[in-house]
Write a protein that binds this ligand. Structure first.
Ligand SMILES: Nc1ncnc2c1ncn2[C@@H]1O[C@H](COP(=O)(O)OP(=O)(O)OP(=O)(O)O)[C@@H](O)[C@H]1O
Length: 251
């Protein structure tokens, strides 16, 4: 089956500093893959590169989405093709009501979206009239991000640390909402796909993750079952990658 996302030998720089080195991976349609790695290893940079943010300069390699070469496509072209992202630290937008933003997203991407149901699911009803993320707490910003993703209904969901700043109760709300987006329309076709950055792995309690990678210093050090990788990281830290038997990349 054709992968929904394929990254081939991708190297990326920001401000003349090489951040990502020779990254190759492939996410089959319907699968959820996970990206682990220490702070500053380049995880967010990879997500933002995938979404097409122009400050991330592609030095080498290719990104294919649904078989189409999107290496040089704009973020709006990528979202039109079915790619969506929830940021690690979503920005506030003064003067734009959350309800108007979400309705606009739904009208462009997913007209079947029912704002009332989705905002109830995420306990966001009382935030709809407020400016997007303005004065929102960390957890409220995350729920606002997932509401926007829900209205976009993308085929590939990029999630940058969905747990950060979220309490345990809200983690359940967010985890279940993400799972519902992934399974939406599952009767007609396969589950949607996701690529998720996580430090704690809490989100993995709500999703069935298929594969995981450990990124260290801009390179994928090893890859394998994500639950096993998380267990090893918890016990040994990221150093285990250097000698790990799980590595598929090593000669
Ligand atoms: N736009 C940018 N301009 C300058 N430096 C950048 C930019 N984006 C990323 N970097 C640098 O690239 C490195 C990797 O950052 P990145 O945010 O991708 O790491 P990360 O693995 O997501 O870290 P964390 O787990 O702390 O979120 C960092 O040293 C960061 O300062």
């Amino acid at each position: 089956m054709q992968p929904i996302l394929e990254i081939r030998h991708l190297s990326v720089s920001v401000e003349n500093k090489l951040l990502l080195k020779d990254i190759s991976l492939s996410i089959p349609e319907g699968q959820t893959h996970v990206l682990f790695g220490p702070n500053g290893s380049g995880k967010s940079s990879l997500m933002l590169t995938l979404m097409g943010f122009p400050q991330y300069r592609i030095e080498e390699g290719q990104i294919l989405f649904k078989g189409k070469d999107i290496t040089h496509s704009s973020p709006s072209e990528r979202s039109a093709l079915g790619m969506g992202i929830a940021f690690q630290s979503p920005p506030a937008i003064k003067g734009l009501k959350l309800e108007n933003l979400v309705s606009e997203i739904a009208s462009r991407f997913y007209p079947e979206f029912v704002l009332e149901d989705a905002s109830r699911e995420l306990s966001m009803e009382s935030y709809l009239h407020r400016d997007v993320n303005h004065g929102f707490s960390g957890g409220e910003r995350k729920r606002s991000e997932i509401l926007q993703l829900s209205a976009q209904n993308p085929d590939l969901i990029l999630l940058d640390e969905p747990e950060s700043g979220v309490d345990i109760e809200n983690m359940k709300t967010i985890g279940e909402a993400i799972r519902n987006i992934l399974h939406r329309g599952a009767r007609e076709k396969r589950t949607k796909s996701a690529f998720i950055i996580t430090h704690t792995g809490y989100i993995l309690d709500y999703l069935a993750a298929d594969w995981g990678y450990v990124l260290v210093d801009g390179q994928i050090q090893c890859e394998n079952n994500p639950y096993e990788l998380l267990r090893l990281i918890e016990i040994n830290g990221f150093q285990f990658c250097e000698t790990c038997e799980l590595s598929k990349n090593k000669e």
